[in-house]
Ligand binder design. Structure first.
Ligand code: AMP
Length: 115
């Protein structure tokens, strides 16, 4: 989608530090990391949030959750001590980039609940 920063990252128009990539998904380091490991996992196609998943996206959703996130967490050394996966949705959810992304946060003890 024009003017979507994460579409531009997926299309390599804007640089990012990718830690994982395949045909449908890319994962890259957050510009303003909130933990020693802070990676964003996004579908390459533009989906605004989890509310935007259609029936045709079931395989993609499962791939992100069941394959990519566990693989990135393992490769980033997070599986022994644990980590957090978050997706913010809309204004009250604190979503600032309207392209679906899952934050993977780890490498320190995380507090709960978030603010
Ligand atoms: P959210 O507030 O859940 O929408 O998260 C958006 C995240 O994207 C924030 O943690 C930002 O730091 C991050 N971010 C914004 N622009 C970039 C970028 N060009 N490269 C990497 N991370 C970014």
């Amino acid at each position: 989608m024009a003017d979507c920063i994460f579409c531009k990252i997926a299309g390599k128009e804007i640089p990012s530090t990718a830690v994982y990539e395949d045909d449908t998904v890319i994962a890259f380091r957050d510009l303003e990391p909130q933990a020693p490991v802070h990676v964003l996992v996004i579908p390459k196609k533009h989906i605004e949030s989890v509310l935007g998943f259609g029936p045709e996206d079931r395989e993609l959703a499962a791939h992100i959750l069941a394959d990519v996130i566990p693989q990135v967490a393992k490769e980033q050394g997070l599986t022994e001590k644990g980590f957090r996966v978050i997706t913010n949705v809309g204004t009250d959810g604190g979503q600032t980039v309207p392209h679906l992304h899952f934050h993977i946060l780890g490498g320190r003890s995380l507090q709960w609940p978030p603010g």
